[in-house]
Design a protein around this ligand. Structure first.
Ligand SMILES: Nc1nc2c(ncn2[C@@H]2O[C@H](COP(=O)(O)OP(=O)(O)OP(=O)(O)O)[C@@H](O)[C@H]2O)c(=O)[nH]1
Ligand SMILES: [Mg+2]
Ligand SMILES: [Zn+2]
Length: 370
């Protein structure tokens, strides 16, 4: 998936805002309007039109690799294409972010990809997402009409990346991801990175909470190359996403797994400035020695992961350890908070449910839809 030189250059220009390929919203369907970036030109002259997509160019199917502002990179069997959406873009995902990394799309070509150059085109169709990672879902649409802010789509595995220190392990955030994974029916895998910084017993304490629930816990040090083979093996023939707090080492892991050199950040610097090193989701190919491959989407770190959109009666099903006890609650509708004869609360009292997990449940519950 090594980008061709031209694609890299154009992406750089676009991300700097020097886009001489700005689209004219008034262009008629099929016309690609290109405006010159010269401010000296009069309004009339500012817009010129690219040729219409050639009739004989067949539409191409592909997968979105990254979206950087208006620049969307689509990988197709014929080669990478630099695309944009336009007024005629059809989405099968109403009220959600229009295009994200992982989306399967149909591209109307304006220029076919060649051996040496990437193609160009318009996104004609964004197909329905099989699975998705959402940052938040609003009850009222935001300015762009989004009810769901989607970060990545069509993923098989959600790697919940945390670190043992710098920043410290945050059980609350990890539990939110796990609850989300249960809700969305995506398989989650816990990655505890920076084990080179672990104090005696810290890793066991984390394992003792999550391993009995059936969650895979991978202890890793990207820095010291520990546990990376096991991680890579899980990723083969799948599309994975790395998600977690800023600074836990998601991009460092991607770099170690691929030999790439994507920018990583200094934790102290970032905490002070509140900056994220990775600013947009990006898909990267990961290969093993046997020639198998998988894809991983590296995402920007997050501090909060709101789950207010999950209704309370569904939320109680997202904590898998409750399921064993809940049939014995007095009321089938029991939400395990203050109801009499609640078997989940009794299990918590007995120490059969980890207090940190129940605390996470309550914290999500308080904001969930009643
Ligand atoms: N000690 C130690 N440091 C690590 C390890 N992995 C990553 N780091 C450091 O952690 C810092 C943050 O790493 P990044 O890869 O930028 O973190 P990120 O999760 O991608 O952060 P965002 O892009 O902001 O979400 C860097 O300074 C890395 O060198 C590790 O295994 N051990
Ligand atoms: Mg990063
Ligand atoms: Zn109950």
């Amino acid at each position: 998936m090594e980008k061709k030189p031209k694609l890299k250059r154009v992406l750089k220009e676009w991300s700097k805002g020097n886009d001489k390929w700005r689209f004219n919203p008034n262009a008629i369907d099929g016309d690609v309007a290109i405006s010159s970036d010269s401010s000296k030109l009069g309004n009339r002259q500012r817009t010129r039109y690219a040729p219409k997509p050639e009739k004989q160019l067949a539409d191409l199917e592909g997968r979105v690799i990254e979206c950087r502002g208006r620049a969307i990179v689509v990988q197709t069997d014929e080669g990478d294409c630099l695309c944009q959406t336009y007024r005629g873009t059809i989405s099968e995902n109403p009220d959600a972010t229009l295009v994200v990394a992982g989306d399967e799309v149909v591209v109307k070509l304006t220029k076919p990809p060649t051996e040496t150059e990437c193609g160009e085109g318009l996104i004609a169709l964004v197909k329905a997402r099989r699975t998705k990672l959402c940052r938040s879902r609003e009850r009222n649409a935001n300015r762009s009409g989004e009810l769901e802010h989607v970060i990545a789509s069509n993923i098989d595995l959600l790697f919940v990346v945390s670190s043992i220190a710098e920043p410290p392990f945050r059980a609350g955030l990890v539990d939110r991801y796990l609850a989300y994974a249960e809700y969305e029916r995506i398989e989650p895998i816990l990655v505890v990175n920076k084990i080179d910084l672990a104090q005696e017993g810290e890793l066991d304490a984390i394992r003792s909470v999550y391993a009995p629930l059936g969650y895979d816990v991978l202890a890793i040090s990207a820095e010291k190359n520990l546990g990376l083979d096991e991680l890579k093996a899980k990723m083969m023939n799948k599309v994975s996403v790395f998600s977690g707090h800023s600074g836990v080492g998601k991009t460092t892991l991607v770099n170690r797994l691929t030999g790439l050199n994507l920018p990583v950040g200094e934790v102290s610097e970032k905490t002070l400035k509140g900056l994220h090193t990775t600013t947009f989701a990006k898909t990267i190919e990961v290969r093993n020695d046997a020639g198998e491959k998988g894809y991983v989407i590296d995402t920007p770190g997050i501090r909060e992961f709101g789950l207010a959109f999950i209704p309370r009666e569904e939320l109680r099903l997202c904590f898998r350890e409750f399921r064993k006890f809940s049939p014995n609650c007095r009321y089938p509708s029991c939400l395990h908070v203050s109801e009499p004869d609640c078997a989940v609360l009794a299990a918590l009292e007995r120490g059969d449910i980890a207090p940190s997990r129940y605390e996470s449940y309550l914290s999500i519950f308080e904001r969930a839809i009643a």
